[in-house]
Design a protein around this ligand. Structure first.
Ligand code: F6P
Length: 213
């Protein structure tokens, strides 16, 4: 079994105003989540290192926490990189992990989209999986660009932490938990919650850790 940790970034300035997309910074609360996430990952890693088999007879040294840290993958946006800033490991920033591109709706709130582009709001509501924002993406587009990330994830033997965004975490979660594509756009992925998925021979086991910040 191995652990895959999934999380959205900490609260961003645009989470507070309800604006879509963009490249905002974390709020003070979001920055507290970055500290809490580091503490959580260090505690998990300590346990994981202690559970690793090793043999003094083979001349092995006991596994260290540093050596047992997960790979950390983020998007290229500030809010995910700021969220992993305290975790003492090298991060890989994937463009493929960036949030769904809301095209002409980037920077708007759901309310202002509904008011100024009611056709967009209605079409998206009618088929959220396939609806592509003008100048942007659909969920199907996001799921397609996630394929290389998922392939790389499947190749890894050790733990991986992925810190990304609402639509992206929905997609990865749906894949790992064998959920249908159709249901993917409405999966609830709350902020400030770590999803720990332990993959086993048959499917994955899920634990959720809401971190109080
Ligand atoms: O509101 C946060 C956010 O990550 C936006 O940037 C993004 O457009 C949205 O969530 C995706 O969620 P939904 O597909 O439900 O609109």
């Amino acid at each position: 079994p191995r652990a895959i940790y999934l999380s959205r970034h900490g609260e961003s300035e645009w989470n507070v105003t309800g604006q879509l997309g963009g490249d905002p910074n974390l709020t003070p609360r979001g920055r507290r989540y970055a500290h809490a996430l580091n503490a959580f990952i260090m505690a998990e890693t300590k346990q994981y290192a202690a559970s690793q088999p090793w043999s003094e007879d083979d001349g092995d040294a006991p596994p260290t926490v540093e050596g047992a840290l997960p790979l950390v993958w983020t998007s290229q946006l500030r809010r995910t990189r700021q969220t992993v800033a305290h975790i003492p490991t090298i991060n890989m920033c994937w463009r493929a992990l960036n949030e769904i591109d809301a095209g002409v709706c980037e920077g708007l709130t759901y309310a202002s989209v509904a008011e100024s582009m009611p056709d967009v709001a209605a079409a998206r509501k009618a088929d959220k999986l396939r609806y592509r924002y003008p100048g942007g993406e659909s969920y199907v587009d996001v799921l397609t660009r996630l394929e290389p990330v998922i392939l790389e994830l499947e190749r890894q033997r050790g733990p991986v932490l992925i810190v990304a965004h609402n639509a992206v975490i929905r997609g990865i979660y749906a894949y790992l938990m064998n959920k249908t594509q159709a249901g993917c756009p409405s999966i609830d992925i709350p902020l400030h919650t770590v999803f720990k998925l332990t993959t086993r021979a048959y499917g994955a086991e899920e634990q959720r850790f809401p971190l109080d910040v």
